[in-house]
Design a protein around this ligand. Structure first.
Ligand code: SF4
Length: 114
């Protein structure tokens, strides 16, 4: 099931590093500065950067719509951005498949999607 968790670089690490209490998770509207994000989530991101199961962790978080903490090296607002891009992309593909002309049909990603 989620056996990959046992291989995570965060195994045994204090959970408050991944769920920093000084900076509540938010949906991107709380107005925290980039510096506040860096200070609160930097240590967790550094651990994730060394993790052998980072991609699986991120996929899990996106699949389960995890709204809290650092998963796969990404903080909640970063995961939310990925979800929004996927939603827009799915909408474009659906419209194209239904015969509507979209801004583009060929290719799958826009420059700002990567
Ligand atoms: S990517 Fe980060 S949160 Fe996920 S298992 Fe690895 S160390 Fe833990």
């Amino acid at each position: 099931m989620n056996d990959w968790i046992q291989e995570g670089a965060c195994l045994g690490v204090r959970s408050d590093i991944f769920y920093p209490p000084e900076l509540p998770d938010d949906d991107g509207t709380a107005g925290y500065t980039a510096e506040q994000y860096r200070e609160a989530y930097g240590p967790a991101k550094e651990i994730c950067a060394t993790c052998p199961v980072q991609i699986r962790c991120l996929e899990h978080a996106l699949d389960k719509k995890e709204r809290w903490g650092v998963w796969g090296g990404l903080i909640p607002i970063e995961r939310l951005r990925i979800e929004r891009k996927w939603r827009r992309q799915r909408l474009r593909v659906r419209r194209a498949s239904e015969g509507h002309e979209g801004p583009y049909i060929e290719g799958t990603l826009e420059d700002d999607d990567v």
